[in-house]
Design a protein around this ligand. Structure first.
Ligand SMILES: [Mg+2]
Length: 164
């Protein structure tokens, strides 16, 4: 790739890998851990290889923190991924998402795509004003969760970043 730094993909879990809607039928419970988390059966394991195929480094950006590596990564066939350590929201009244500052800081000078169901134009504008490299704040529909079409769009954006 032309760019010297590999882009990052920040991954949210709730409303992204685990949709809130009831459109995905409940799968049989295969192991006790799925009993412990009411949404874990909604994980679409076929997304794992697609995520792994992105030309980027995957990073968890979720309140699941290390549990994402324990419970989700193995089901998706992903290796353990870095986890963004979020600080307490220092401006809870702001319309800026509580993750946004931490993600931009974590990304440093690397391009990044952020897949989340809660981000807004406030976040896009904040990122645009501060991040010096390309950034894609990609909103996933929480009731549907991350789809192949979403990942196609992200892959196309990563292609443009690496060739531009
Ligand atoms: Mg979410």
């Amino acid at each position: 790739m032309a760019s010297s730094v590999r882009p990052l993909v920040f991954l949210d879990v709730d409303g992204v890998l685990l949709p809130f809607g009831g459109t995905r039928p409940a799968a049989p419970i295969l192991d006790p851990a799925e009993d412990d988390h009411p949404l874990l059966h909604r994980l679409d394991r076929s997304l794992g290889p697609l995520l792994l195929g992105l030309d980027a480094d995957l990073v968890w950006a979720t309140t699941w923190m290390a549990d994402a590596n324990d419970l989700l990564a193995p089901r998706l066939g992903l290796p353990p991924l870095p986890v963004v350590d979020f600080l307490e929201d220092d401006d809870p009244g702001s319309r800026l998402h509580w993750k946004t500052r931490a993600l931009v800081a974590w990304a440093g000078d690397r391009p990044f795509a952020w897949l989340d169901d809660e981000l807004t134009d406030v976040d896009r504008e904040w990122i645009e004003a501060r991040h010096t490299r390309p950034a894609l704040a990609y909103k996933v529909v929480s009731t549907v969760g991350l789809t192949r079409a979403d990942l196609d769009a992200v892959a196309r954006w990563l292609d443009r970043v690496s060739s531009g």
